[in-house]
Ligand binder design. Sequence first.
Ligand code: SF4
Ligand code: SF4
Length: 69
Amino acid sequence: MVTVDPDVCVLCGLCVGVCPPDAMELTPTRLVVLPNCTECGWCVPYCPVGAISGGRPVSVMKRRRASAT
Ligand code: SF4
Ligand code: SF4
């Protein structure tokens, strides 16, 4: 289960653009993970404030690539 901590999320929307199945929705007040989330974990390293947890671990190389963009 991928979860977003609403107390930490700054609603930047970065994760929305990187989700392969388009399973994240940004509302005016919170980021919602939709039921079609595959728990791939891809969005986790993209969050600048570490608000997303869960999902499958993404490899170190993928994390480095994500943090470089
Ligand atoms: S874990 Fe994967 S499918 Fe689920 S919200 Fe993140 S990027 Fe999208
Ligand atoms: S990248 Fe992180 S802070 Fe930005 S909208 Fe997604 S969960 Fe919130």
